[in-house]
Design a protein around this ligand. Structure first.
Ligand code: COA
Length: 462
């Protein structure tokens, strides 16, 4: 019904849109030379692609270079949560609930004792369920094909269900953060089932979470018709959640959290904005793009061992002739990492284990081949400031598909995990009482004298 109304309006709009697009394009295009002239830090980067320093944080650290004899050289990437190397965090805890442990670390700045972790898990378990009214009136109503949209809508609507939504005291924001950390897995999976049922004619599967299970296990249990999963599957998802939980203050969605929080708005508005950012294909949405890109590669490269054919096809993608015509090879490149992205290294290991278990060894080898060939081609063909490597998204979609997670949930899984980092950064911004974030934009247009309506001429600027 809502879609019908929109389509009617669109039809009316269509006729006038072509001309309006021309005005829009001609008035929005800014001469590229001006960015150099005014030394604009496009994308908040300097001339070498390095991020402009806009804040300080203790939540996490990313390193991608080392000093050798006083010279900075690229190195394998390292990711630290509150000073702890993520690889050590993963190696140190062999049982499940790694994600919950890391969430505790991100929120409270220290690793929990056994008792603290148990108490924290109890809190999350106690508040994870959603009221029947919320499921019925928010999640089931007007389901969206894009579950990130459903997630965003649900998060913003939690405001109406909160007795003190506007209170931005640390105590209240922490309470709201815990609520979102606990509830986002259910919101995402239920929203997926709602879409499948109401729009795609599937069965409606709404199962309660099991309080004896961790976040990763519950996601698999809520998602699958039989509710069953293997130990390796739960381990792989738990680890994927840890690896996506936090990535510094400068990544697009976390920076968004800082920007929006700095205006002192409410928690739900700040997190809804972060979700909007994460959805983009240059950010969290890239994992879905990688999977879709591989579907195209598989269709067009019949012999997966034929490296020349793979190279030809990747060249076509880079030349904007194939796939989504953006020229991007998704899953490759990173604003900070150089030789490797530590998250990709771990996910690749688990992708291999799952591929072995699922008889998908050939497909894993294709990913591995594309990774190596793409890195070489991008180095040769793009103006790069630093070495290029595969990023976290390269294997995550493949891994999720082997876990039976539908592609609509790839980016929501990222959000379910990254809410821990966003919350930690929102709290850090509030605790430090930062100034409102307000960079400058220089006006490069002309000033005009007002023209009465009868004397105006329509023009399309060159
Ligand atoms: N495919 C094609 N070209 C790429 C590329 C890729 N994967 N990664 C970088 N480049 C290009 C850039 O477009 C840029 O070209 P330009 O100067 O003509 O615009 C050039 O190489 C230099 O890029 P660089 O400064 O090293 O990267 P960045 O910091 O601007 O961008 C990403 C980082 C992640 C946005 C970029 O690598 C990208 O778009 N990757 C694909 C999407 C993706 O996987 N995102 C997930 C990130 S975790």
């Amino acid at each position: 019904m809502v879609k019908d109304t929109m389509m009617e309006l669109d039809k009316a709009l269509d006729e006038s849109l072509d001309m309006l697009v021309k005005y829009c394009m001609s008035s929005s295009e800014i001469d590229r030379k001006l960015y150099y002239e005014y030394d604009v830090k496009r994308g908040l980067r300097d001339a070498n692609g390095k991020g402009v320093l806009t804040g300080l944080t203790e939540v996490s650290d990313i390193t991608s270079s080392v000093y050798e004899n006083g010279v900075q050289v690229p190195s394998d990437g390292k990711l630290y949560y509150y000073g702890y190397d993520v690889e050590d965090l993963l190696a140190g805890r062999t049982e499940l609930y790694r994600f919950e442990e890391v969430t505790y670390l991100l929120l409270f700045g220290q690793l929990p004792t056994k008792n603290q972790l148990d108490a924290f898990i109890d809190i999350i378990t106690d508040i994870q369920e959603l009221s029947g009214q919320f499921v019925r009136d928010v999640i089931m109503k007007s389901p969206s094909e894009n579950i990130m949209n459903s997630l965003q809508k649900s998060i913003i609507t939690l405001y109406s269900f909160d007795p003190s939504p506007e209170d931005i005291s640390i105590r209240n924001v922490l309470r709201q953060s815990l609520q979102m950390i606990a509830k986002m897995p259910l919101i995402s999976v239920y929203a997926y089932h709602a879409y499948q049922h109401f729009e795609m004619g599937g069965s409606l599967l709404i199962r309660n979470p099991d309080p004896k299970l961790c976040t990763a296990e519950n996601i698999l249990r809520l998602l699958r018709p039989d509710g069953k999963y293997t130990e390796l599957e739960a381990q792989a998802l738990d680890i994927a959640l840890v690896l996506h939980a936090e990535h510094g203050g400068g990544n697009n969605s976390t920076f968004t959290t800082h920007v929006v929080t700095s205006s002192r708005t409410d928690t739900y508005s700040a997190i809804a904005a972060a979700i909007a950012s994460l959805k983009g294909p240059r950010h969290g949405g890239a994992n879905l793009k990688v999977l879709q890109m591989f579907e195209c590669i598989k269709k067009n490269v019949k012999d997966w061992e034929d490296e020349d054919r793979i190279r030809d096809y990747l060249q076509k993608i880079m030349d904007k002739k194939e796939f989504d015509h953006t020229g991007l090879i998704y899953g490759m490149g990173h604003a900070v990492y150089t030789l490797s992205d530590p998250r990709e290294v771990v996910l690749k290991r688990y992708a291999k284990k799952l591929a072995d278990e699922n008889g998908l060894d050939e497909e894993f080898k294709l990913y591995d081949r594309v990774e190596k060939i793409a890195a070489k081609m991008l180095t040769e063909n793009r103006h790069l400031f630093k070495p290029i490597c595969a990023n976290v998204d390269f294997y995550s979609g493949f891994l999720y598909s082997m876990l039976g997670i539908p592609e609509q949930l790839f980016t929501p899984i990222f959000a379910i995990s990254r809410i821990s980092g966003w919350s930690a950064h929102r709290l850090e911004e509030l605790v430090n009482n930062g100034k409102i974030i307000r960079p400058a934009y220089k006006y490069v247009g002309l000033h005009h004298d007002y023209i009465p309506i009868g004397e105006r001429k329509s023009v399309i600027k060159k």
